[in-house]
Structures are given as C-alpha cells and as structure tokens.
Design a protein around this ligand. Structure first.
Ligand code: GDD
Ligand code: MN
Length: 386
C-alpha cells in the first residue's frame, strides 16, 4: 500500500479535489492507497471537508485526518502523517494542486519498475517546469538557497535535480532507524542526507500556479531553512569539509604570493608571467590536496584514482574565472604602484572570494558526482486534466 500525506493549512478551496484526483491517480495505476491529511487547525474547515470526503462510502477515497493544535510546520506535519501511515511506501505532496496529483501514478510506476528507494517529482529534469512566474527578488533568493544547499550537500545535488521538491515517494524500509529532524519546509533534503537509499528516480512534472488560498512561505520559513542547512552541514561532516577546503585555500594563497615574490621580486621575471605561473602552481597544489583528502565526506564515496586527468581539467575550468580575476587584480594593482606582495595578496583574495562564493558546489561536485540514476519520461502538469 502507498500512504500519501497531504499537509494542509487553510486549503478548503481545493482539498476535496486534490484528494479525489490523488486517489484516482494511484488507483488507476493499480495501487492500494491511503490518503492522510495532516491539518494544523485550519480555520477554513479544511479538516472537516477532508473527513467528509473520507466517509462517502466504499467507492470514495480512503482518507484519514490527523488534526494538530496550532500551526506546527510542514516538515513535522509530514512526519506526523508518516507515523500514522500503514503503507510500505510513504509519500507526500502539497494539497494546493500546485503538485499535479496525476504525477503520483508515474512516481509509483517509477518506483516499482526501477526498484528505486525514492521517487521524486522534479521540475528540473527534461519535461519538467515551473509555471509560477517569479519576480527577480524571489528568483535570486531561490537561486541563493539552492546554491547554499548545494554547498552543504554536493553529492546530493550532483545526483538530484530538484532536491527541494515537496512531492516524493520513499520506501519505508530506507527510513527504518533513520532519525529525521523535522526542521522547516524541506523534508526531502533531510531524507536525502540521512536515508541509506541506493537508487532514486526523478519524474518530471510542472509546478502549477496557486489558484486558491495563499502560499505559506514567509521569512520564518526562510530562517528555518538556513538553520536546517547548518544542522545538515554539521551532521554530514560538511563543516569539517569546509574547514579542510579553507585550509587548502590558505595554503594555495601562500604558494601564490610566495611564488610571485620569488619569481617577479627576486628572479625578475616579468610580472604577468610570474603571476601566471604562481597562480597555476597554486591551483595544482590545491587540486592535489583536494584530491587527497578535502573531499572524503562520509557520503561522497571512495576516492577515485581513475579519471585523474579529467578531474583536474574540470577543476581547472571551474577555477579559471577566479584565476583570471586574481591575475588581473594583481597586475592592475602592481601597475598602480601597489607593493608587489600586497598586489599578489589582494589578487589571491579576490580570486578566493570569487571561488568560494560562486564555485563551491561546482568544485565539490568534481569529487562527488555520480550520474543521475534514471529519468522517467512523461510529464504531468498541475491543474491539467484529461
Ligand atoms: N499541516 C501543515 N502545517 N501544513 C502546512 C504548513 C503547516 O505549518 N505550512 C504549509 N502547509 C501545507 C500547505 O497547506 C500546502 O498544502 C503545502 O503545505 C505547501 O505549502 P505552500 O505554502 O503551498 O508551499 P509552496 O507552494 O511555497 O512550496 C511548495 O512547493 C515547493 C516546490 O516544489 C512546498 O511543498 C515545497 O516543499 C516544494 O518544494
Ligand atoms: Mn503551494
């Protein structure tokens, strides 16, 4: 049986339609299904409407409602629903129809046919999309949030295209004994960081616009998200990874500045050549240290000695913009008669900041990427009807 949890907070306008379509979708795929609505004291009668639909008799959907006092948050709602669930497959989706219930069938088929442990409805695989038109502040926030998460969990982001998805199925067996901390909105991040899954699949879907009610995402949810990432960074060993990365970066900076001083200052090479060689040797030094140990995270997999060259070229490519920035800064400052050591130091600082703020997930993916397990064709649009 598949148990789908639908967390609700004031979704009276759509809850019955969502439940009907979710049920039809899974029944149509030949699945036994139970729907569990976890409602946080909605004032608009969401819980009553869900209960009413559940008691319509034998051919209506099997609906149970968990009512909780006050508003307690999305992630805890999902866990409360799973705790009450009886299925061997657990799932979650939004109740507001931004997640098309029809995608449930393909999630279930994907899980069954591939034997994967997790099936994620994804906006970011071919065929998927978001039809919400976000203004640029929200886009920027979302990009920054994704960037940060990719810095905390590079191995996950190397494999999963939409780790922020709120619609997915997971086999109960991979959650056995796993302690999920229900912080904030993004339970999937928690599952991906902690559950010992083997394979996962992504199914494309189109995230629809909201037609009823309002989004529940606010400043508080954003702060919870940051707290969640910080906690994940600690528990996954990523904080230690960052420290190692920072130390290697400092060493590389020392190599760079030292070589500029030696080659340009003492050996009187032209500065552009000295700085170029110094930066390149620093990049190689960084690469060697990173390859030897910076990226030995618990979940990153064994170090690979194969494909050393391609890894190096990828690293070079990623570092190129920062290296050019470093070179340009150093040359320009030296030209403005800034002392050589200062010019080199400021150059390396500029390149380092650039790399750290823009390239971290990409650099880390160099050491932790695995190809996506499988992509499942077919697209489901929110609000689309047959
Ligand atoms: N029980 C409960 N308690 N339900 C809640 C709470 C809460 O505190 N907050 C929100 N919900 C319910 C909403 O009623 C809705 O069914 C669902 O959780 C998602 O909330 P929205 O406010 O509609 O989220 P969104 O549209 O911004 O974002 C959703 O889509 C993202 C894109 O894939 C979320 O589901 C994200 O998890 C998802 O990644
Ligand atoms: Mn929504």
């Amino acid at each position: 049986m598949i148990s789908i949890v639908l967390p609700t907070y004031n979704e009276a306008g759509v809850i019955q339609e969502t439940l009907r379509r979710a049920n039809a979708s899974l029944v149509g795929a030949g699945e036994a299904v139970e729907l569990i609505v976890v409602d946080d004291s909605s004032a608009d009668g969401t819980a009553e409407l869900a209960e009413a639909l559940g008691s319509t008799g034998s051919n209506g959907p099997a609906v149970r409602v968990v009512r909780r006092p006050g508003r307690q948050g999305l992630a805890t709602a999902v866990l409360a629903g799973w705790a009450a669930a009886r299925g061997e497959i657990l799932g979650v989706m939004d109740a507001d129809l931004q997640h098309p219930p029809e995608a449930l069938a393909s999630l279930a088929c994907a899980l069954r046919s591939t034997g994967a442990d997790i099936a994620i409805a994804s906006r970011y695989v071919p065929g998927g999309a978001s039809s919400e038109r976000w203004r640029w502040p929200r886009r920027l926030m979302s990009a920054a949030a994704t960037h940060l998460a990719a810095s905390v969990m590079p191995w996950t982001f190397a494999k999963v295209h939409d780790p922020m998805s709120g619609m997915f199925l997971v086999r109960r067996s991979v959650l056995q004994g796993v302690e999920l901390n229900p912080v904030g909105y993004k339970l999937l991040l928690e599952v991906l960081a902690k559950a010992p899954y083997r394979e996962l699949v992504e199914v494309p879907y189109i995230f629809g616009g909201r037609e009823h009610g309002a989004s529940k995402l606010g400043a508080r949810q954003s702060l919870e998200y940051l707290a969640h990432l910080a906690r994940l960074a600690r528990s996954t060993g990523m904080v230690a990874g960052w420290v190692r990365y920072g130390l290697v970066g400092l060493l590389g900076a020392a190599v760079d500045v030292g070589l500029v001083d030696l080659l340009a200052g003492r050996c009187e090479w032209p500065l552009y050549l000295a700085a170029f060689v110094a930066i390149q040797i620093a990049v190689i030094s960084n690469f060697i240290w990173h390859d030897l140990g910076t990226f030995s995270f618990p979940r990153a997999g064994a170090l690979r000695y194969a494909r050393l060259l391609s890894r190096f070229l990828q690293y070079e490519k990623t570092c190129l913009a920062g290296a050019l920035l470093n070179l340009a800064t150093t040359l320009l400052l030296a030209r403005a008669r800034v002392p050589l050591l200062w010019a080199a130091t400021l150059g390396v600082a500029a390149g380092g900041v650039w790399n750290f703020s823009l390239n971290v997930p990409r650099i880390w993916k160099t050491w932790s990427s695995r190809p996506p397990s499988a992509l499942v064709p077919g697209t489901f649009a929110a609000r689309g009807r047959e």
